[in-house]
Every structure is written in structure tokens, then in C-alpha cells.
Design a binder for this molecule. Structure first.
Ligand SMILES: [Mg+2]
Length: 185
């Protein structure tokens, strides 16, 4: 299978470093319990331009100081031996270098990587069979056009409606069983 894999809040915990640096920038003290939006910057009352400026200032630190989610590294190493793994991240190219360094530093195995916001187009073009992601909008978009998604559970994606092609994972331990079910379809 050709598997597309998101990074932020799929392979790694992006919430903790974002809150850390966004709290520094804002003077607020938000915690993981406050998270109810995929777009964390909205919890700080910032508009897109304000978010952009803060992300450009702290993005390198945010991405470097992220930790892999439990079992992500081991499961990806196992999957790498049997499947084609494409990392598909919506991070801007500005953070390409820190992203590649971080992946190498944590020993994460993958075949290729794309920095794109339109993940549906990317998956269609590169013939990805299944996307693993936490983004509620990606999950809804993919199942609507008949593409399976493994949705990494986060507080902001619990309201995504159930669908035959939507496979909810509470962590990486669930991924292999979902891949087996998807392959058998
Ligand atoms: Mg993500």
C-alpha cells in the first residue's frame, strides 16, 4: 500500500510546543485541556496575519521541540518494510530543513515527503491509498470522494461524522489493524 502520513498531531505532539510558544507570544497560559480547535491560533484571538507573524518567529523552535507520539517511531519502522510511506505535511517550505532534521534525529523511516496544503490533490496525483491525519477537514474531504482515512483522535476532530471509510485511531497501536481492514476492502 501507499500510505500518506501527516506530521503534526499525527506522528508528533504538536499541541504542547505550539501552546508553549503561543503562550510566550501572547502572555496567556492555555493548556492542552483548553484545546477545542484544529487551528490553535484561533484560541488566542489572532487573525491569520497575526498568526503568520508569530509562526514565522517561533515555528523553527516549535517544530524542533516536538516529541513523537507514543509508538509512532516503532510502527512507522515496521510499516516502512512493507509499504510505501509518503509524509504529507501542510507546513510551509520555510520549515523544510527543520522538518527533515527532526525526522532524521528521531529515526523516522519514510520514502518521500511533500509540503502541500491540498492533500487531496497530492494523494490523487501520487496514488496514495490511505491518509493518516488528524485534520477534521481532510477526513471529511477524503471520505466524501471515496478515499479512506485513518483519523488520529484529537479533541477537535471528535465531531467528524462516522463513515465507512473513516477509521478512528486513538494512537499508533490502532493503525496496523485499520490498515489490514482497509487492505481487505
Ligand atoms: Mg496534523
Amino acid at each position: 500500500m501507499h500510505i500518506g502520513i501527516d506530521l503534526d498531531n499525527t506522528v508528533l505532539d504538536a499541541t504542547t510546543p505550539h501552546l508553549h510558544y503561543y503562550n510566550i507570544a501572547s502572555g496567556l497560559t492555555l493548556t492542552a485541556d483548553d484545546v477545542d480547535n484544529f487551528y490553535l491560533y484561533k484560541m488566542y484571538g489572532w487573525n491569520k496575519e497575526e498568526r503568520e507573524a508569530i509562526y514565522h518567529l517561533y515555528g523553527r523552535d516549535i517544530h524542533w521541540h516536538s516529541n513523537p507520539l507514543p509508538h509512532a517511531v516503532e510502527v512507522l519502522q515496521q510499516l516502512y518494510r512493507q509499504h510505501r510511506l509518503s509524509i504529507i505535511t501542510a507546513r510551509p517550505l520555510l520549515f523544510r530543513d527543520v522538518t527533515l532534521e527532526w525526522l532524521a534525529q528521531h529515526g523516522i523511516a519514510y520514502h518521500d515527503i511533500a509540503f502541500v496544503e491540498d492533500k487531496l490533490q497530492q494523494c490523487a496525483d501520487s496514488k496514495v491509498d490511505v491518509l493518516i491525519d488528524d485534520g477534521p477537514h481532510y477526513a471529511e474531504q477524503f471520505v466524501q470522494v471515496g478515499r479512506p482515512v485513518i483519523l488520529m483522535e484529537q479533541p477537535y476532530n471528535l465531531s467528524v461524522p462516522s463513515h465507512d471509510l473513516l477509521f478512528r485511531a486513538t494512537g499508533w497501536a490502532d493503525v496496523q489493524k485499520h490498515l489490514t481492514a482497509i487492505a481487505e476492502r
